[in-house]
Design a protein around this ligand. Structure first.
Ligand SMILES: [Zn+2]
Length: 494
C-alpha cells in the first residue's frame, strides 16, 4: 500500500477523522458521508441513493466505457428490466446459480397475481438471447456484438456497502455471438484489454486477471476470467469479469446461424459485465487518502477550483482576478470559483475532501507579484507560476495529472506475492498481507474440497489461475499433496 499520512490532530470539521490505514471500513464510511457520495438512509435495506458528486463521475465512467466498446464494434441497445420465468428456466446451471438472488414480480395493479412470475433482471442473458435467436440468421450477421447500460438487482446476502456491494447496481453488460470458439476466446481477450484501458489507465487501479476455478465461475459459463483489483495489504476485490459461454446458452435459446457451407450451426457466445458502481467504489477506496477523495483528472466533477484569498479592502481586486483566471480556463476545463463565506482553510479542506485535482490560489500578494499558486491534490505539490504562463502551465499539469497519479498509485503485483510450498508458510504469508502463489491439484470441481480447506485453514480464497503466464514450479498440491495440476493464487478478498 502507498504510505498514508497519519497526522490527524487538528482535523477540521470537513476533514476525515479516521485513518485509512488503521480502519479502512470506518474511513470508507466517513468518506462516503462527508464527501456526500451516497446516502444509506433510503428505506429499503441494501438500496442506496447515489448523490450528485458520485453520479457525475459514474456517468463519465459510463461514457468512457461505452465509447470504447463502440470503438471495438459493439452497438448499444435497451432491454426491458423484467424477464419471464420461462426464459429464465431454459439454462439449468444459470437458474441454479441465480435463483437464490432473484427478486420476483408476482402481482400487478388491481388484477392481482400474474399468470407467470417475472424476474427483475439479475443479468440479461435470458432476456437477450431469446431475441438473438430471432435476429441472427446468417454467418454474415457475425460477429454480433451488443451492449446495454442498465441496472440489475440481486438479493445480496452478504453485508452491503455503498457502491461496492448492494442489492441494486449499475453496470454495462455486453453480449456477443461468434461463429467459432476461437473467435469467442478472442473476444474474451479483448474484454480483458478493455478492462485494463478503463480501470488501470483511466481509474488508476492496479489489476490482475485470473481464470476462476470451476466452483467460482459464472453460472452457465464454460470459463470465467475475472479482474482482481489489488487493494493493498494483500486484499483483492473482484472487478469486471468476462465469460466464455461456448454453446451453453446458444443451444437452449437456439441462437443459430447458417454458415458458409449452408449448414445451420449454433453460435459461440461471450458476455462481459463491467459494473460501473463497483468500479467507482473501488477507485475511491483505492485512491483516496486521509484528506478525502482523489480522482483522476477526467473523472472529476470539478477539475479546477479557484480559491480567492480575500483580505479586507482588497475584495474587489482579488475577485476580479479570480474571474479573469476563470474566463481564461473555462473553455477547456470544468472550473469554478469558491465565493462562499467560509474561511480559506476550510475551503482548502473541503475541496481536498471532494478530490478536485487542481486548486488555484490567488491573493493580493500574488496579484502584486503577477503570480498564481497551483496545488495538485494527489501529492499536495505546490507550484508557483507567472500569470503570463497560466494557460500553458495549466495545460501541462492537467495533461500529466492522471498519468502521474497512476504511476504514483499502481502497486506491482509481483511485489505482493509469496511463493509457498507448505500450508504453514501460506498461513503466515496471508497473515502478513501477502498473496500466496502455490501448487494446487487443479481448478476443476474435483479440487473444490482442497479449496474449502484453503478457506478454513489458510484464511484466503483460491482466486484462480493466472492467464498471462503459467508458472509450474510446484510439484504438489499445497493441501492434499497429490501432484500439482496447476499453480494458483490465494488471497483475502473484500
Ligand atoms: Zn489438492
Amino acid at each position: 500500500m502507498i504510505s498514508m499520512a497519519k497526522k490527524k490532530k487538528e482535523a477540521p470539521i470537513t476533514g476525515i477523522t479516521v485513518s485509512k490505514e488503521e480502519d479502512f471500513s470506518g474511513w470508507y464510511t466517513e468518506l462516503i458521508n462527508k464527501a456526500e457520495l451516497a446516502d444509506i438512509r433510503y428505506n429499503i435495506k441494501g438500496f442506496v441513493v447515489y448523490r450528485e458528486w458520485a453520479t457525475i463521475t459514474i456517468k463519465k465512467m459510463y461514457k468512457k466505457t461505452e465509447d470504447l466498446l463502440e470503438e471495438k464494434g459493439h452497438l448499444p441497445l435497451t432491454m426491458p428490466s423484467l424477464i419471464p420465468e420461462s426464459n429464465f428456466l431454459l439454462e439449468a446451471a444459470h437458474v441454479k446459480g441465480f435463483a437464490p438472488e432473484v427478486f420476483w414480480v408476482t402481482e400487478a395493479g388491481s388484477s392481482g397475481k400474474l399468470s407467470e412470475r417475472l424476474a427483475l433482471r439479475p443479468t440479461s442473458e435470458t432476456a437477450l438471447y431469446k431475441m438473438y435467436s430471432m435476429w441472427i440468421r446468417s454467418y454474415k450477421d457475425l460477429p454480433y456484438k451488443r451492449y446495454l447500460s442498465c441496472q440489475v438487482w440481486r438479493y445480496e446476502g452478504k453485508m452491503t456497502r455503498p457502491f461496492l456491494r448492494g442489492r441494486e447496481f449499475h453496470w454495462i453488460e455486453s453480449h456477443n455471438v461468434f461463429a467459432t470458439m476461437e473467435d469467442a476466446m478472442e473476444q474474451v481477450k479483448e474484454d480483458m484489454e478493455t478492462t485494463y484501458q478503463i480501470l488501470q489507465d483511466e481509474c488508476c487501479i492496479p489489476l490482475i486477471f485470473f481464470q476462476r476455478p470451476e466452483w467460482d465461475k459464472f453460472a452457465g459459463a464454460v470459463h470465467t476470467y475475472a479482474a482482481d483489483a489489488l487493494m493493498g495489504s494483500g486484499k483483492v476485490l473482484q472487478l469486471p469479469s468476462t465469460h466464455l459461454l461456448g454453446q451453453n446458452f446458444a443451444k437452449p435459446f437456439e441462437v443459430k446461424f447458417i454458415d458458409t457451407d449452408g449448414k445451420e450451426k449454433y453460435g459461440y457466445q461471450t458476455c462481459y459485465g463491467p459494473a460501473q458502481s463497483r468500479n467507482y467504489g473501488a477507485m475511491i477506496a483505492y485512491l483516496g487518502d486521509d484528506k478525502g477523495l482523489i480522482l483522476p483528472f477526467d473523472l472529476a466533477p470539478i477539475q479546477i477550483i479557484i480559491v480567492p484569498i480575500i483580505f479586507k479592502g482588497k475584495e474587489t481586486v482579488v475577485l476580479e482576478k479570480a474571474e479573469e483566471i476563470l474566463s481564461k480556463l473555462k473553455e477547456n476545463y470544468i472550473v469554478k470559483i469558491d465565493k462562499s463565506d467560509d474561511s480559506v482553510g476550510n475551503k482548502f479542506y473541503f475541496w481536498e475532501l471532494k478530490g478536485v485535482p487542481i486548486r488555484i490560489e490567488i491573493g493580493p500578494k500574488d496579484i502584486e507579484k503577477h503570480q498564481i499558486v497551483i496545488v495538485k491534490r494527489y501529492n499536495s505539490q505546490k507550484i508557483i507560476i507567472s500569470e503570463d504562463d497560466l494557460a500553458s502551465t495549466v495545460k501541462e499539469i492537467t495533461q500529466n495529472y492522471t498519468r502521474e497519479l497512476k504511476e504514483n498509485s499502481l502497486i506491482d503485483f509481483e511485489s505482493q506475492i509469496e511463493l509457498c510450498y507448505e500450508k504453514d508458510a501460506a498461513v503466515e504469508a496471508i497473515n502478513q498481507g501477502k498473496i500466496v502463489c502455490c501448487g494446487f491439484c487443479s481448478i476443476d470441481m474435483d479440487a473444490h474440497r482442497c479449496a474449502e480447506i484453503v478457506e478454513k485453514e489458510i484464511g484466503g480464497e483460491v482466486r484462480g489461475k493466472r492467464i498471462d503466464e503459467e508458472k509450474n514450479e510446484f510439484a504438489t498440491c499445497i493441501i492434499c499433496g497429490k501432484p500439482a495440476g496447476c499453480t494458483v493464487y490465494i488471497a483475502k478478498s473484500y
